[in-house]
Ligand binder design. Sequence first.
Ligand SMILES: NC(=O)c1ccc[n+]([C@@H]2O[C@H](COP(=O)([O-])OP(=O)(O)OC[C@H]3O[C@@H](n4cnc5c(N)ncnc54)[C@H](O)[C@@H]3O)[C@@H](O)[C@H]2O)c1
Ligand SMILES: O=P(O)(O)OC[C@H]1O[C@H](O[C@H]2[C@H](O)[C@@H](O)[C@@H](O)O[C@@H]2CO)[C@H](O)[C@@H](O)[C@@H]1O
Ligand SMILES: [Mn+2]
Length: 442
Amino acid sequence: MRRKSSICIAGGGSTFTPGIVLMLLENQDRFPIKRITLYDNNAERQEKLAKACAIMMKEKAPEIEFNYTTDPETAFTGIDFVMAHIRVGLYAMRELDEKIPLKYGVVGQETCGPGGIAYGMRSIGPVIEIADYMEKYSPDAWLLNYSNPAAIVAEATRRLRPGKRIINICDMPVGLETTMATILGLQSRKEMEIRYYGLNHFGWWTSIKDKDGNDLMPKLKEHISQYGYAVNTEDFQHKDASWQETYTKAKDVFALDPNTLPSTYLKYYLYPDYVVKHSDPNYTRANEVMDGREKTVFGQAAKIIENGTMKGNEFAVGVHASFIVDLACAIAFNTKERMLLIVENNGAIENFDPTAMVEIPCIVGKDGPEPLAMGKIPTFQRGLMTEQACVEKLVVEAWIEGSYQKLWQAITLSKTVPSASVAKQILDDLIEANKDYWPTLK
Ligand SMILES: NC(=O)c1ccc[n+]([C@@H]2O[C@H](COP(=O)([O-])OP(=O)(O)OC[C@H]3O[C@@H](n4cnc5c(N)ncnc54)[C@H](O)[C@@H]3O)[C@@H](O)[C@H]2O)c1
Ligand SMILES: O=P(O)(O)OC[C@H]1O[C@H](O[C@H]2[C@H](O)[C@@H](O)[C@@H](O)O[C@@H]2CO)[C@H](O)[C@@H](O)[C@@H]1O
Ligand SMILES: [Mn+2]
């Protein structure tokens, strides 16, 4: 019989928490659980979801222990895995990350450009704090982190807590692979064998084959050149308008290099003028999420608590939930599953900085990820990735050293920003907005 794991979900008040808990319950046969603990530093927000999760646990898996807390010792003692999805500064700060750059005609986005840099400066300290709680209370546990911006957080964990059991992950590749499977008429993305390289939210597929080795790229290219990743399914129609637009715009990203299939967020770097033109500086994605997902999830939780049952109010399970269970399973039971993870390059991409945190396929077992060699990459991608990896490194250096100069350099270097003077204006506004979260910059 498989050993039962104890899980701490850090960011218990996240809109994704109920979906993760539900996914964990649905996978008891392959990933049995002893205890689930929710941890957050915002007791009030967490309790609204935790009370509904407690009802769900009682109805679906009464044998699993469940609790929620804001106390680190209670949260991090006796656990095997921490699944972390914290949002430092909540949606209120995301809104500023998006709106401040837009004021200067620059892309305003959660993880890309100056907004992503600002969010990175907020996330580094608290994610490291979670790693340190784990070191203190459960030194053998694994941290599976998907708190954003994952690229900057990954570089920070590499610099500040090297050699620890920390894996940074993102659901964007698996989300797009699910769409590719739909385009190909396959039941599951797992019927595909892929090759991919890049940075987080900044990558390209170079090969998609079926399990018999047949090349599936031609069919995908034909679709993507016309429709991007837009598909004619109910699921796609239900995506928010901004996501539908992002999926569709991938056709123009693809046009730049028709040898590869791009991740959608490259649009922010390759078509920033288009993105800004199609943004509403008074109503950004943060507003869309606050009016949409946040209201829906917290509204459902309130109904479950009021009714005392989750019947009629099932939570939705996002694509990343199953990915996280796959990853935890791979480590707990040495499954050697092939997964896309954010890891130190260390030669896997031959002609790229060995110290950069790259997103590449890895074989995952009980000792963690073993990256697969992706060979040499073309000049176009190497140029883009070099610039972006240096942005991410500069942000982490700025955080460690408290350096205004390095953060100004980071924002200036971002492909989304037109000049050092614009970068400086954005930076000065971001410093003011983030004074409760960033280290003091000199
Ligand atoms: N890597 C990926 O592909 C991926 C996919 C989806 C979401 N995410 C990330 O997951 C996170 C959660 O997203 P959301 O939209 O549900 O946000 P949310 O604001 O609903 O939830 C985040 C929670 O984190 C808590 N939190 C903030 N700082 C904390 C700290 N220092 N310690 C403990 N808890 C803290 C907040 O109180 C809040 O309850 C974000 O970082 C988001 O970007 C990542
Ligand atoms: O704007 P949000 O908060 O809805 O999402 C931001 C996150 O977007 C990515 O995840 C996507 C995924 O790529 C897409 O395929 C679909 O399934 O929705 C997900 C978001 O719900 C991204 O990977 C995350 O890092 C972002 O936080
Ligand atoms: Mn992501």
